[in-house]
Design a protein around this ligand. Structure first.
Ligand code: GOI
Length: 491
């Protein structure tokens, strides 16, 4: 069947389905996992404590406060570096089964390279992981959640092919130290975000701004680094350790803005240029980049007078190495976009969006949140899960982030509704569509530093008072709801 027919059938079926079941009790399988997520830079603080080296985000927030909405930096943030035992108690109170957090590369290796290991950094994550295990909360550890050691950025960051080797060295230090007590590893969080915004746009500190060029180089090296870590683990650790390794990819659903064939095709192309850019090489049978990316970028590069494609090529060995290099598919999903086929003529200026050929928008009637990009569109998660199932032969999926930003207050009915509505569609994807989803993670445990948005957007189940000396955490109403869901597995 053509993809647009699949889309319409699925869409009609699911809108009819889920609306009718509001009153029934909806329960997940007993072994379904519920968790919450955070990231090192957004909560730890202690930016230069005990030997930690600076990351690119430390540089940006210190040197260019004008680029941050509230001009604030997270030098202290929620101070989880010192308050982690309190945070583990919040997790215990929630009754969740796992905690997804990230390790700050430059806390372990101050300049990113493995010749200098910072023992205090090693100690900190040992204490956090031990505290989690003591409380029966499984740690799920992200190796890279955007905080590149500044030293590595100075010679090209993710555009430097050598960075894949440096990342393998870093991952080896992590496996050697924590391998026996961590059940699941995520190599990268949302490479689409940091490659596209850091190397192609203005939304991040890398400020390379070479869209249609550096973003492709970044993705290329991230994919190589991911595959190399997976194979290094197989060679050096698999016999001794019991753990799983995956990657977290962000997939906002891309729906066509109309039922015109042009827009339906443009939406599918946009999916291939977003999730497919990273997932195809790892999760598809043939591996490598999606064919439509290869064709469009090769053709447009030629029209623009380049002597080679702006999209790099993998060697045959690299394709083999990356293919199948994940035990699970980590999915971050928050919202949905509409795609309209672009009618603009190709200009000489390289651009990822021109290569993709679609215009991105959102429907004005979709409910707003406190983040401009995040509209509440619960059915998008079911379509995303089904798309992944079909494209990559039903992989094991864990939803590694889903959440919403709302007002700072404690009575957050909207957050409870968001979680319930999105989980209803996750449940339908499992029970009606046979998607292989085994867990769900709410972003975030607590309010934190929202990158360029500073402290102005609150995603937390717990409110954090960033002005109080001890960074007081207070439960929001939604934490009661999510705690009940994670304990009973029922909505
Ligand atoms: C997570 O990423 C992340 O992992 C966490 O660390 C984080 O805390 C959490 O999100 C919560 O933020 C309006 C083209 C303004 C260019 C609408 C199209 C800007 C720019 C819609 C579409 C969107 C979640 C920036 C995934 C990056 C925010 C991915 C969500 C910028 C927009 C656009 C828009 C656009 N994304 N990120 N953007």
């Amino acid at each position: 069947m053509q993809s647009w027919k699949v889309f319409i059938t699925l869409f009609a079926a699911l809108v009819a389905d889920v609306d009718g079941v509001d009153e029934e009790k909806i329960c997940f399988p007993h072994n379904f996992l519920f968790g919450v997520a955070t990231a090192a830079y957004q909560i730890e603080g202690a930016w230069n404590v005990s030997g930690k080296g600076p990351s690119i985000w430390d540089s940006l927030t210190h040197d260019h406060p004008e680029r941050i909405v509230d001009r604030k930096n997270p030098d202290v943030a929620a101070d989880s570096y010192h308050l982690f035992k309190k945070d583990v108690q919040l997790l215990v109170k929630l009754g969740i089964q796992f905690y997804r957090f990230s390790i700050a590369w430059s806390r372990i290796l101050p300049n990113g390279l493995a010749n200098n290991v910072n023992e205090d950094g090693i100690r900190y994550y040992h204490e956090l992981i031990d505290e989690l295990n003591r409380n029966n909360i499984q740690p799920m550890v992200t190796m890279y959640h955007w905080d590149l050691p500044q030293y590595l950025q100075d010679f090209g960051g993710w555009t430097n092919p050598m960075i894949a080797d440096y990342f393998v060295d870093y991952a080896r230090v992590l496996f050697q130290n924590y391998g026996s007590k961590v059940g699941a590893w995520v190599t990268f969080n949302e490479p689409l975000s940091f490659c596209q915004e850091g190397y192609g746009g203005r939304e991040a500190p890398e400020t390379i701004e070479a869209s249609g060029f550096a973003d492709y180089l970044c993705a290329h090296n991230v994919l190589r680094a991911h595959g190399m870590v997976y194979r290094m683990y197989e060679r050096e650790f698999k016999a001794k350790l019991m753990t799983s390794i995956g990657i977290t990819l962000d997939f906002s659903w891309r729906a066509p803005s109309s039922l015109l064939a042009d827009d339906i095709i443009a939406a599918e192309t946009a999916r291939q240029f977003s999730i497919g850019w990273f997932a195809h090489a790892i999760f598809s049978k043939p591996g490598d980049y999606p064919l439509v990316m290869r064709k469009r970028i090769d053709t447009i590069s030629r029209i623009q007078g380049f002597s080679r494609s702006r999209l790099p090529h993998f060697t045959a060995e690299e394709i083999e190495m990356i293919r199948g290099s994940a035990d699970f598919f980590g999915l971050n999903h928050y919202t949905t976009y509409l795609i309209t086929k672009s009618k603009k003529k190709i200009s000489s200026k390289p651009s990822y969006y021109a290569d993709m050929g679609g215009l991105v928008s959102q429907k004005s009637s979709w409910p707003k949140t406190n983040s401009t990009w995040l509209k509440v569109v619960p059915w998008g998660i079911r379509l995303s899960l089904n798309w992944i199932k079909r494209a990559y032969n039903n992989p094991r999926i864990i939803i590694t982030e889903n959440g919403v930003s709302l007002e700072r207050g404690l009575r957050d009915k909207g957050r409870t509704n968001y979680i319930r509505d999105y989980l209803k569609y996750v449940h339908a994807a499992i029970t009606k569509d046979n998607c292989n989803v085994y867990g769900y993670t709410y972003w975030s445990l607590m309010d934190n530093y929202e990158w360029l948005r500073g402290f102005s957007e609150c995603f937390g189940l717990y409110k954090v008072d960033f002005d109080s000396p001890n960074k007081t955490r207070t439960p929001r109403m939604s934490s009661e709801y999510y705690g009940r869901v994670s304990r009973t597995k029922c909505l």
